[in-house]
Design a protein around this ligand. Structure first.
Ligand code: ATP
Ligand code: PAF
Ligand code: BAL
Length: 301
């Protein structure tokens, strides 16, 4: 821990309350006291073991770890769950303390957007396919807030989860295309004992909905198991599981199942060699869930 501020005990480490910055001035004050490398883990709060794995990765990469907690209105569509998105700030701070986080940046909407932003980051064609087609405007909102967070926190490195694979690819691309001086590091997806990817939205699920939702990770596993048969076999195997879930009670309403190039999110065909991502999203009840698995085809596999 290389930060001066109002932490309850000095010396850093687990169990120490992080410095909490809610305003730009508070953030600037604590940021000014940081020496050495700073890692940022951007989140929307409701922290779970997936977020905590990102924090642990961040700690390996830097002397000081900051976590941002902000439910970004810009990335939610008008009929999405912005209002009911879980907000569990006290528990989040406890989780951050337990992981030895140094700084929590938790701005209000007014701090983050003192006025409606007229200029936003355009996520381009990659932002309009797959999850971007299911959630129009979503990735412009994500990239805009991530760039703002980078400008405010000025991290050397930022850690993102592979669970949001298209988000990760777009953030990498934004950093490269706009010369953003932040190293982007990916961390693997953390799952429940039965394979369900951890997500803040899992808490919306009833037990019956959760059983149906399990089809997402099961479909990915079936796809991965079929990888030796090539891309078409992967999609066929995954689709068979999802078709069953579509007829379950409650049903899974599939948004997409795609096999894509992880860097561009364009669909691949049987001629493809190298890395790929099998990505799936669907709704159970009113809950939108996403998941994916990284794969590799051809000579390099
Ligand atoms: N199961 C997981 N394993 C690893 N990283 C994760 C996992 N879930 C989320 N993350 C990562 O945590 C960061 C913050 O994500 P976010 O706060 O949106 O959590 P979330 O659980 O994905 O919420 P939701 O899916 O409801 O939006 C992102 O980089 C995301 O990829
Ligand atoms: C990166 C992010 C914090 C931006 O709001 C969000 O999209 C998320 O939690 O993955
Ligand atoms: N995990 C990505 C944030 C969102 O779903 O809005």
């Amino acid at each position: 821990m290389h930060v001066r501020g109002n932490r309850r005990r000095t010396g850093g480490g687990r169990g120490v309350t992080p410095v909490i910055a809610k305003t730009r001035d508070e953030l600037a004050a604590v940021r000014g006291g940081v020496t050495g490398r700073l890692a940022l883990v951007p989140t929307m709060g409701a922290l779970h073991e997936g977020h905590r794995s990102l924090i642990r990765r961040a700690r390996e990469l830097a002397d000081t770890v900051a976590v941002s907690i902000f439910v970004n209105p810009l990335q939610f569509g008008p009929n999405e769950d912005f209002d009911r998105y879980p907000r569990t700030f006290a528990a989040d701070v406890e989780a951050c303390a337990a992981e030895g986080v140094d700084i929590v940046f938790a701005p209000t909407r007014e701090v983050m957007y003192p006025s409606e932003p007229l200029v936003r980051v355009d996520s381009g064609p990659m932002g309009r396919v797959v999850e971007g087609a299911a959630r129009p405007g979503h990735f412009d909102g994500v990239l805009t807030v991530v760039l703002k967070l980078f400008n405010l926190v000025r991290p050397d490195v930022a850690v993102f989860g592979e669970k949001d694979a298209q988000q990760l690819a777009l953030i990498r691309r934004m950093a490269a295309d706009l010369d953003v001086p932040v190293e982007i590091v990916a961390a693997p997806t953390v799952r429940e004992f039965d394979g369900l990817a951890l997500s803040s939205r899992n808490r919306y699920l009833s037990p019956a909905e959760r059983r149906t939702a399990l089809a997402l990770s099961q479909a990915l596993q079936a796809g991965a198991d079929a990888a030796a048969g090539g891309p078409s076999a992967v999609v066929r195997a995954a689709r068979a599981v999802l078709d069953k879930a579509a007829a379950a009670d409650p049903p899974l309403a599939l948004d997409y199942l795609v096999l894509v190039d992880p860097a561009t999110f364009t669909e691949i065909d049987d001629a493809h060699t190298g890395p790929a991502v099998l990505a799936v999203a669907g709704r159970v009840g009113t809950t939108h869930l996403i998941d994916n698995v990284p794969l590799r085809f051809g000579e390099e596999s």
